[in-house]
Ligand binder design. Structure first.
Ligand code: GLA
Length: 410
């Protein structure tokens, strides 16, 4: 019955839209049905397994019958995509329809990183992030800010006494710069950006701290025996600038490295014990199709232990993609044979089953992909063609997509 009501509402909306476009004399194909198609999906739609064959008639994510990942998983977690300004600036085409249908949380690929946002001490670039926030407000989606501090895509002026070389600045000066940088950005987007990756990739794979210029310049400034004072400063300044924003420590290889996961656990535990607000850990989840999901489970178990120190502590999946190549393999293309796809799909399905389990325990609250479809991914560098998402090139709905979304259908 639901299916027919939905079909009816589609027809009504299409006719209404066609009439209104004719009335305005506008016949542009690009506008037809696109934003309306997005509006057609309420936030409480429940899909059923019975409807699956009908939904599968949608070969592409922008087609009206296509379901929505975020709606299907709404009882579990947010589902998100990493985007660039072009995704919401350049008219409402198929990519836009697809991403608004599938995702309810978004993050910018580059524009909110330290280098683009704060290239020199007295210069901030806010325009792109301001527009991202306007887009978020217009569509009522959850926004992730990525990232306040990182060793990469970070301007050198932060670390030097003057200019971008020469003597390192004093720890006081670097801490003051961190405070000013974090406070300015977080305050500006207070109540608009919902969650910030406060620091990104501050650990080595063995659980020790990365020897970044942040660590080298600030070190153990307060003399309490630990050398992550710059991380503490960033979290303290962010919490002060917006007490309601969620603050995340984000890193890679937490999917398999036990030592790194333990390193994150130890430092976050100690920060929480010192009364510093840390709301969660972000697992980037740049994984391969051969990932061992049981190892991932063990690491989630470790991180879930942080709830003892902050009962609302969450795990977020922040940059998910699944490479079709094993680590160390430098081939450019991969043959998507049935047996390869069976393993690829199984890893995705097993990962999502695990995410659902942790969501049901109230621990995992979002899964964001580092892209919106296979057409654009950082994994396609040097002529390589990878296929890392559930949604393929041109927004084709892969079999992987159907297997994963089926997990949430009853
Ligand atoms: C890391 C960063 C992201 C992005 C990817 C590669 O995971 O956190 O911001 O740069 O690398 O694109």
């Amino acid at each position: 019955m639901k299916k027919y009501l939905r079909l009816l509402s589609l027809i009504v909306a299409a006719v209404t839209l066609a009439l209104s476009l004719t009335a305005c004399g506008e016949v542009e194909q690009a506008d037809t049905g696109i934003s309306k198609a997005v509006e057609l999906y309420g936030t409480d739609y429940e899909y059923t397994l019975e409807e699956l064959p009908e939904m599968k008639k949608a070969m592409f994510s922008f087609m009206p019958q296509a379901p929505s990942l975020y709606e299907a998983f709404q009882d579990y977690f947010y589902v998100g995509g990493c985007i660039n300004p072009g995704n919401y600036e350049s008219g409402k085409g198929e990519d836009f329809t697809s991403m608004m249908r599938q995702f309810n949380t978004f993050v910018l690929e580059n524009a909110s990183k330290p280098e683009p946002m704060h290239p020199s001490e007295d210069k901030y670039n806010f325009d792109t992030v301001d527009q991202f926030v306007e887009f978020g407000e217009e569509y009522g989606v959850r926004l992730r800010g990525h990232t306040l501090l990182w060793h990469a895509q970070c301007p050198e002026w932060f670390f030097y006494e003057s200019g971008t070389s020469g003597d390192f600045a004093s720890p006081e000066k670097v801490l003051k710069r961190i405070d000013e940088h974090v406070t300015t950005i977080v305050k500006r987007y207070k109540g608009k950006i919902d969650v910030w990756d406060v620091v990104n990739e501050v650990f080595n794979d063995d659980g020790t701290l990365r020897n970044s210029k942040w660590l080298q310049t600030v070190g153990d400034y307060d003399g309490d025996g630990d050398s992550y004072d710059y991380i503490e400063q960033a979290f303290i300044s962010a919490a002060k600038a917006d007490p309601d924003v969620r603050l995340i420590i984000n890193d890679y290889n937490l999917e398999w490295s036990y030592a790194k996961t333990q390193g994150v656990f130890d430092i976050v535990k100690s920060m929480l014990e010192d009364g510093i607000k840390v709301d969660g850990v972000g697992l980037q989840m740049h994984i391969g199709y051969d990932t061992n999901i049981e190892t991932l489970r063990k690491n989630l178990e470790i991180l879930a232990g942080l709830r003892e120190y902050n009962p609302d502590f969450k795990i977020e999946v922040t940059e998910m993609d699944m490479s079709c190549f094993k680590w160390g393999d430098d081939s450019k293309t991969v043959e998507l044979t049935d047996s390869f796809m069976a393993q690829y799909n199984k890893t995705y399905v097993d990962a999502f089953k695990l995410f659902m389990e942790y969501a049901e325990m109230g621990i995992l609250d979002s899964v964001t992909f580092w892209g919106i479809n296979d057409d654009h991914t950082w994994l396609n560098s040097d002529g390589r063609i990878n296929h890392p998402f559930l949604i393929g090139s041109s927004n084709r709905l892969k079999e992987t997509y159907w297997e994963v979304i089926s997990l949430a259908l009853e």
